[in-house]
Write a protein that binds this ligand. Structure first.
Ligand code: DC
Length: 231
């Protein structure tokens, strides 16, 4: 059976990654979390003194890109985890420090071009579910299925807040998380380089009021239709 490419784009904390991972497993496809790649570059910059007080030394970060290797490998329980130069950074890239700076890093054209080329190489043979912001518009413009996922900022902040709590973060407040979500939306949609946009041929999924099972069922049905169309 032909293996298609599936692009999932949308706002932060819409549960895109969870959905994309689930769909990839269901279809036996590969999965690429492109946000994790921007987060890994951000962590590299933070660790190497190229980002401080939210300010990015763009020249130094761009010059260092060839030394930044980002790979994915499954953990013992089968979850896809992110490695930065061979080190598992899955936990660290999800923390508030990286979350607060990642939009600034993702707005740098040279960083985007570097990561887009890596993502296109990963998606070259199809059989892939990729999630991000520019997958349907820039990375995989010929993807057979494009989905744009959205939900209200409050619903997304609540999900992110609960996630942080579950991971043991007891200091970050809901208002801080909401401010971070809103600020990231603003930067992601207004940046000059590949702003977050719905591809004209994308299907919209607003999951503000859907259960995980409902959204998964919707997504799998759309994927099956797209696979049948491409036969
Ligand atoms: O999906 P996420 O929250 O892990 O993404 C982290 C940041 O990276 C977010 O600010 C948007 C940005 N990003 C992007 O610009 N393009 C992508 N393809 C994926 C993420």
């Amino acid at each position: 059976m032909k293996k298609i490419s599936i692009a999932l784009d949308g706002y932060s904390s819409t549960g895109k990654s969870t959905m994309a991972k689930w769909l990839a497993k269901e279809l036996g496809y590969g999965y690429v979390d492109t946000g994790a790649m921007y987060r890994a570059v951000t962590l590299y910059g933070l660790r190497n003194g190229m980002i401080s007080d939210g300010c990015v030394d763009q020249e130094a970060l761009i010059a260092a890109l060839p030394q930044v290797s980002i790979t994915f490998a499954p953990s013992d329980d089968g979850r896809n985890e992110t490695y930065l130069n061979g080190e598992n950074v899955e936990g660290e890239i999800r923390g508030m420090e990286v979350s607060s700076c990642v939009s600034a890093v993702a707005a740098i054209g040279a960083v985007r071009r570097h990561l887009v080329a890596l993502q296109q190489a990963m998606g070259r043979d199809g059989g892939i579910v990729m999630d991000g912001r520019d997958i349907g518009t820039v990375v995989l413009p010929d993807a057979e299925l494009k989905v744009f996922v959205t939900a209200s900022a409050e619903v997304r902040a609540r999900r992110r807040y609960d996630e942080l709590r579950a991971k043991g973060d007891t200091t970050t407040t809901f208002d801080e998380v909401l401010a971070n979500v809103t600020e990231r939306d603003r930067i992601d949609t207004t940046r000059e380089e590949s702003p977050l946009r719905q591809a004209p041929d994308a299907l919209v999924l607003d999951n503000s009021h859907l259960t995980i099972d409902e959204q998964n069922a919707w997504l799998l049905a759309r994927a099956r239709e797209a696979i049948n169309r491409s036969l």
